[in-house]
Design a protein around this ligand. Structure first.
Ligand code: OAD
Length: 248
């Protein structure tokens, strides 16, 4: 893929870069996205699985679903998009990767400064007091309970209607407002408050680049849309950036 001189020049002098990722980044690893063809929300109803009322009503069903996703995720590997983002991180003094993904694949690939907005499916916590739970979860033995308050243990992910972890969203907003280049990659830009981050960046003068196989509510406001799969575009971008900086 050819990249604009504007983008390569911006990146070659940038100090602060922020990347926001969504499910599209993990698509090439075999993790289903939420919306669109083959998306999880086409087959499952979020209101029955991903909210606190559903868990209170039927914790076994909710756990079964998360256990299925957890097993699927345990068996997949990061793809070229995740690895290109590890490379990108090393090129800038200040770099943050904000992710809505709960699949741990950025960390598995080696990204360092990751802000997890929606939690992490590999972690568990008490549904009552929030205390982290580090024991094994085996559904055969029933859902374990918290040693402190006896509440049921749940996956440490954000459900519909829940607040995002405070420190993470505040940090994400701060770095988005302070960056020079902002990438929005593989996200439908539909779910708040993550969807507002590129607009905050843009409002503070950042150059906003979207990488997506489709258009989204962000596309018209972005400075560039790099249309196509992230696992193809990001490695190409690293190569072009390398060539550009050698010719400076
Ligand atoms: P979505 O499933 O809503 O959107 C995935 C986006 O990735 C779409 O815009 C696709 O066009 C794009 N896409 C698909 N394959 C791609 C590829 N190979 N390369 C680049 N782009 C690709 O996923 P998110 O935006 O991450 O929240 O969803 C946001 C939140 O909604 C999730 O974190 C989850 C969900 O409900 C919670 O569970 C709290």
């Amino acid at each position: 893929m050819e990249f604009s001189n504007r983008l390569l020049k911006r990146l070659s002098v940038a100090y602060n870069v922020v990347v926001l990722t969504g499910a599209g980044v993990s698509a090439a690893s075999g993790v289903p996205t939420f919306r669109g063809e083959g998306g999880l929300w086409k087959k499952f109803r979020p209101q029955e699985l991903a909210n606190f009322e559903a868990f209170s009503r039927n914790p076994e069903l909710v756990w079964e679903w998360y256990d299925w996703r957890r097993k699927l995720i345990k068996n997949v590997r990061p793809n070229l998009a995740h690895y290109a983002l590890v490379d990108l991180e090393k090129r800038f003094h200040d770099f943050f990767l904000i992710t809505q993904n709960v699949d741990n694949l950025h960390q598995k690939a080696g990204s360092q400064k990751v802000i997890e907005l929606h939690g992490n499916i590999m972690r568990n916590k008490c549904a009552n007091c929030g205390e982290p739970y580090t024991g094994e979860i085996s559904l055969k033995g029933g859902i374990p309970s918290c040693k402190k308050c006896n509440g049921l243990i749940r996956p440490d992910v954000v459900w519909f209607g829940e607040m995002l972890p405070k420190h993470e969203i505040l940090k994400a907003q701060e770095v988005s407002m302070g960056c020079e280049v902002f990438f929005s990659i593989g996200t439908s830009s539909l779910v708040e408050p993550a969807a507002s981050l590129p607009f905050m960046a843009k409002g503070n003068g950042a150059y906003v680049v979207e990488i997506n196989t489709d258009t989204t509510p962000l596309t018209d406001a972005a400075d560039e849309l790099l249309a196509g799969p992230a696992d193809k575009i990001l490695p190409d971008l690293i190569i072009s950036l390398e060539k550009y900086s050698q010719n400076l």
